[in-house]
Design a protein around this ligand. Structure first.
Ligand SMILES: [Zn+2]
Length: 109
């Protein structure tokens, strides 16, 4: 049974990871989607390639493709910055959890 663990939570969303099926669950704005490890790293790399020069522009003009056919995210610059933060901090948390487990400081529950 899926028991995804929270990696990071922000005002715009959250990311959880299920150790059993090795899937990430991403909730951002009003959308929730699931990615496997390979797709999540690809997603992370591709959003980080998009420039986020901060502007006052509130128009949603950044399209991010998702692996599901004909489904994507449409964001403005500020939302993309927040998404990058959420993904980045989630990956850091996951790395930290792995290190803690390896040295026996945390039990994988
Ligand atoms: Zn699962």
């Amino acid at each position: 049974m899926c028991a995804p663990k929270l990696l990071h939570h922000s005002e715009l969303g959250l990311i959880r990871f299920c150790e059993e099926c090795r899937h990430y669950q991403i909730a951002f704005g009003t959308i929730v989607f699931t990615l496997d490890v390979k797709d999540f790293y690809h997603f992370s790399t591709s959003i980080n390639k998009i420039s986020t020069i901060e502007t006052e522009c509130k128009i949603k003009d950044i399209w991010i493709n998702l692996p599901a056919e004909d489904v994507g995210l449409l964001l403005n610059t500020l939302e993309l910055i927040k998404l990058k933060e959420l993904v980045g901090l989630s990956l850091h948390t996951q790395k930290l959890n792995t290190i803690l487990q390896e040295v026996g400081l945390s039990s994988p529950k």
